[in-house]
Design a protein around this ligand. Structure first.
Ligand code: 6CS
Length: 338
């Protein structure tokens, strides 16, 4: 082989042939996500791509939101093996993996971002239990990471559950989120993302929830007038690979993917420092009349009270398996809060 290399590199045609031989196993892998390239999932995917391309012969082609359809479409394409990687948030995975709805038990996750990141890094529920559930659906769960505190944006001010009465509130297509907003006093309306802006514009819906960077980048402030920090959740997302594809990789490629996953996780945690505040500033510049309300401890009480029945519903909906995940998550959260 060394002799062949010496012979080939002696001529221009030989160099070209060597390059193509080197590339014989190189593949292009497709990775779709639910946001734009400049949003949190896009920043994560870009870092992941950079790392994989630097450490393997392979190339990753990124497909931001809208290029291949809605979240449900990219998940279907990944399960079918058309895509190799997908970022789908548990908010859309609830019907496929009911236990993933645990991320919608209100007031479960901590608000402190350092504690939250450490939870995602160390959680047995996330790193040991969820991968088995995703594997049953033909998916290799690579990571889960937080995308920021969820706020409500609405047409009318919200300070208590009674303000949500008769408010058609868009939620991701997730049965437990429907339960949550019912418990909060609203009329939950599950919709794919693509119908949200238009729904608010035409008053078919009057509210939605999401992290601040998304409220800013998707211009939710153009179609709603109030932002409420209720502290009830932090947005979680998940990145996975098609399992048959992943299982068929060499150990070196698997390691490169795992390493890229870890590097991109730390990058995205770091990237989000101050993001809620800077997004809020941009919104205030674009629309100074936007009303921003941070609910006090006292004002949060009735929402917290309602959360109890949502937790009970989660257990009813998911049985023993869901309860085990919830209990483990609580233990994992306890461990990082110490
Ligand atoms: O609410 C949604 O549907 C969207 N929210 C975020 C933060 N990312 C993607 C998802 O589609």
């Amino acid at each position: 082989m060394r002799n062949l290399k010496r012979i080939l590199t002696g001529t221009a045609a030989g160099v070209a042939l060597m390059a193509s031989m080197g590339a014989a196993n190189a593949e292009t892998w497709r990775y779709a996500f639910e946001e734009a390239i400049t949003d949190v999932q896009g920043v994560y995917a870009t870092k992941f791509k950079e790392e994989v391309e630097a450490n393997t012969d392979h190339t990753i082609q990124l497909f931001p939101y809208g290029t291949l359809g809605e979240s449900a479409d990219i998940m279907e394409q990944t399960q079918a093996g058309i895509l190799q990687f997908v970022d789908q948030s548990p908010g859309f995975t609830g019907s496929l993996i009911p236990e993933a709805q645990v991320f919608f038990v209100p007031y479960l996750l901590p608000s402190d971002s350092k504690e939250l990141a450490e939870f995602f890094r160390t959680s047995k529920a996330i790193n040991d239990m969820f991968p088995k559930l995703y594997a049953e659906q033909g998916l290799e769960l690579l990571t889960m990471f937080p995308e920021g505190e969820v706020v409500m944006t609405t047409k009318e001010e919200v300070t208590e559950p009674a303000d949500l009465n008769e408010v058609k509130f868009r939620v991701m297509t997730n049965p437990l989120l429907v339960e949550s907003y019912q418990a909060f006093g609203a009329t939950p309306t599950p919709l794919p993302w693509g119908e949200t802006y238009g729904g608010l514009q035409t008053n078919i819906i009057q509210g939605q929830e999401n992290p601040m960077f998304w409220v800013e980048s998707t211009k939710m402030y153009e179609v709603t007038d109030h932002i409420t920090f209720t502290g009830h959740n932090n947005f979680t997302t998940a990145v996975m690979a098609n399992k048959d594809f992943y299982d068929g990789l060499s150990d070196a490629d698997k390691k490169a993917i795992q390493d890229a996953t870890d590097v991109a996780f730390e990058h995205i945690v770091d990237y989000q420092k101050g993001l809620t505040d800077s997004s809020l500033e941009k919104i205030k510049e674009e629309k100074p009349s936007m009303n921003v309300k941070v609910l006090s401890k006292e004002e949060r009480k009735p929402f917290k009270e309602a959360a109890k029945q949502v937790e009970e519903r989660f257990i009813e909906m998911t049985g023993e398996s869901g309860k085990e995940i919830l209990d483990q998550m609580k233990a994992d959260l306890e461990a990082v809060s110490e």
